[in-house]
Design a protein around this ligand. Structure first.
Ligand SMILES: *Cc1c(COP(=O)(O)O)cnc(C)c1O
Length: 420
């Protein structure tokens, strides 16, 4: 691979001063974690907040807490198109994955199908011990920052009394009709992983207003270990490397090492679960300002991609394109156009990427659970979707090069370039 400017598909910069704040956080210990927790609660208006080592750790603890509340229930319903961390966490919590296809014009549930699937579960209140209703939770996810219709899920699942878990891993700082993502479900989580809206290398935040869930969560979390010294040193070193190498002038370098699995989506229930360290809480210092600043930049870039795509017949926008994206999703009609774009992007380091390699039923380890079932829309999205970068490292020159590739002909771009 030649040494060229290479854009990551998504990035939330970590600056030198953030790393210093992280070090200071290490020294301040629990006080730093308390500060972060308090700021989060205040900003979101949430009654309870818990800080852990990743989004998947957060989801696992949420599901374990819910299992404590409903010990006879063991199924979790999720969209068939979602990050592999979600089924990983469900299996880690000792629960069963159930799938529902997504809508053809959204990245949200196909609500007609969701309603049918839910009707297969008996209403709650029937004898729980007999296992007549085994549906524990439905997970609604805001993919790429596109807000999902959590209220609709709640409405449909009311009868089954399923807990609505909001996967806001990719949506910290987004809103839907004036309500903040993270406050729409019974319980929700954010991720502070690489490539999310805000990054501390790794980290997870759990929010809930429900006293029963918070009580179980606190009990579960009491048994979760802290990062040990070696893990902490590794984390600090990785954050320093990440803050350097996510810069486009150096990002070609980590991509040389396939074992780093940069950008890979992997299914693996064997991840570590820790309490968040004060280093991560320190790194996040000033997160409201950072989030606001990144949002502004991402919105400007998203608006540009939106205009560009609207003028082209080769692509489809998803509905509700006025969102605060962390990567801008675009559906490409023609497979060979898509392959060409991905190949050219790779060659020129433009940061245009596919999303998930397959729908959840295609994951090797889970395949047997979904024999004979089909999720055609989720499959189609895996084969047709690409994302354009919108993060703060994208420059005017990058935008021009991406636009030229996307529009294939240079006719369309000049028009929308001038209209900006
Ligand atoms: C990233 C992500 C997760 C998991 O978060 P990690 O911090 O990477 O464990 C869960 N759900 C979605 C939709 C995600 O994008």
């Amino acid at each position: 691979m030649p040494v060229i400017r290479t854009l990551p598909p998504a990035a939330a910069p970590i600056y030198c001063r953030d790393i210093l704040a992280g070090m200071l956080g290490l020294v301040r210990g629990q006080r730093e974690l308390n500060r972060f927790e308090l700021e989060i609660k205040k900003y979101f208006g949430a009654k309870h907040c818990f800080l852990v080592s990743s989004g998947k750790a957060a989801l696992t603890l949420i599901l374990e807490a819910l299992k404590d509340i409903h010990p006879c229930r063991n199924q979790v319903l999720i969209p068939a198109f979602i990050c592999y961390s979600v089924p990983s966490a469900i299996v880690r919590a000792g629960l069963k994955v159930r799938l529902c296809d997504i809508g053809p014009k959204t990245l949200d549930f196909d609500f007609g199908r969701l309603s049918k699937i839910l009707s297969q579960y008996l209403p709650s209140g029937t004898d729980e011990a007999a296992g007549s209703n085994r549906l524990l939770a439905v997970i609604s996810a805001h993919l790429f920052g596109l807000p999902a219709d959590v209220d609709h899920v709640r409405e449909l699942a009311k009868c089954q009394d399923a807990v609505i878990v909001e996967d806001a891993a990719q949506a910290m700082g987004t809103e839907r009709r004036g309500r903040k993502s993270g406050m729409l479900g019974d319980v929700s989580f954010f991720s502070l992983g690489r490539g999310k809206a805000l990054s501390a290398m790794e980290g997870g935040i759990i929010l809930t207003d429900r006293q029963d869930i918070a009580g179980r969560m606190a009990a579960r979390l009491a048994d979760v270990p802290d990062y040990n010294v070696f893990e902490l040193i590794r984390l600090v070193v990785n954050v320093i490397l990440l803050s350097l190498f996510m810069h486009p002038s150096l990002f070609w370098f980590p991509k040389l090492f396939p074992f780093l699995r940069i950008g890979d989506t992997i299914y693996d229930p064997g991840f570590k679960i820790r309490k968040m360290s004060s280093f991560q809480a320190g790194l996040a210092r000033g997160w409201q300002d950072k989030l606001k600043k990144f949002k502004k930049i991402r919105e400007i870039n998203s608006r540009l991609w939106s205009t560009l795509i609207k003028n082209s017949k080769d692509y489809d926008l998803l509905s509700k394109m006025d969102s605060n994206f962390i990567r801008f999703p675009v559906k490409v009609h023609n497979a060979s156009v898509r392959n060409n774009i991905l190949m050219e992007s790779k060659r020129n380091g433009l940061g245009i990427m596919p999303t998930y390699p397959d729908s959840i039923d295609g994951i090797q380890e889970l395949r047997d659970d979904f024999k004979g079932m089909e999720f055609p829309v989720a499959k189609e999205y895996c084969n047709r979707l690409i994302t354009l970068p919108v993060h703060p490292y994208v420059t005017e020159n990058d935008r021009r090069r991406i636009a030229a590739l996307i529009s294939q002909t240079d006719l369309g771009i000049e028009k929308c370039w001038n209209k900006r």
